[in-house]
Design a binder for this molecule. Structure first.
Ligand SMILES: *Cc1c(COP(=O)(O)O)cnc(C)c1O
Length: 230
């Protein structure tokens, strides 16, 4: 079943868009079924579960961390994650920089833009993201050095967003339009060479996300079926 679901998605997904198979709450056997079908990129959102799976599954899996990350859990995530998609606060960014400097590693991250109306959801405002990418506003011309100066152990790879959780397609599309426009603004204004990714789109809205410039889609339920919350 997992294999059939994947094949259907591969057929529709433009080849340049990366698929993260979101395997949270699903057992390793399901991940291996997807792996045997050729899938190599997986996403998890709980540090403990993430680390447990990463150590026992094949080493050529590219793991993305997509959940809220507390700074006391970095050691469970950063050794295994190819991309931390869910950087949602300065506090977390500073802690990841410190971990990278202590371990001699550069960590690839996406900055999460807060989308939608839900107050409970995390993420930065547009202004906060601009500020992170511009430590010294007068030095826009030397921007790349500026970013590296503030966070030498972090490589900013792009933006992540979660659209409003609703059946109202217009509301979801408004979120995608907003993050797509902001990404374009950053590209025009900051021209960071590594800042190429836009991670939007989940099981129910990924075709719409692709039409709005997604370079990464994160799909769980449509591959693995419903999650059983324990
Ligand atoms: C769970 C999760 C997904 C996948 O959701 P589905 O609706 O099952 O496709 C995508 N992104 C994030 C951040 C998630 O936590």
């Amino acid at each position: 079943m997992v294999e059939d679901n994947l094949r259907r998605i591969y057929k529709e997904l433009p080849p340049e868009v990366k698929l993260v198979a979101v395997s949270k709450f699903h057992p390793c056997e399901d991940i291996l079924e997807a792996y045997r079908a050729g899938q190599r990129r997986f996403g998890e959102n709980r540090p403990q579960e993430f680390a447990a799976k990463a150590v026992q599954l094949p080493e050529d899996i590219e793991w993305h961390f997509i959940g809220h990350l507390q700074t006391n859990k970095l050691k469970m995530v950063l050794p295994y994650a190819s991309l931390v998609e869910s950087i949602d606060s300065r506090h977390l960014l500073d802690a990841v920089e410190k971990w990278g400097s202590e371990h001699g590693k550069v960590i690839d991250v996406l900055l999460e833009l807060h989308l939608g109306a839900e107050e409970t959801k995390g993420g930065f405002t547009e202004a906060e993201i601009e500020e992170i990418l511009t430590p010294v506003p007068e030095r826009r011309a030397e921007l790349v050095e500026g970013v590296e100066g503030a966070y030498p152990h972090i490589r900013f790879r792009g933006l992540m967003g979660m659209a409003t959780n609703t059946d109202d397609e217009a509301a979801v599309e408004a979120d995608f339009v907003r993050i797509e426009a902001f990404k374009k603004h950053l590209d025009d204004w900051f021209a960071l060479p590594d800042f190429t990714e836009l991670s939007i789109g989940m099981s129910h809205d990924w075709p719409l996300a692709v039409r709005h410039g997604a370079t990464i889609v994160r799909i769980g339920t449509a591959i693995f079926g419903p999650r059983i919350y324990r």
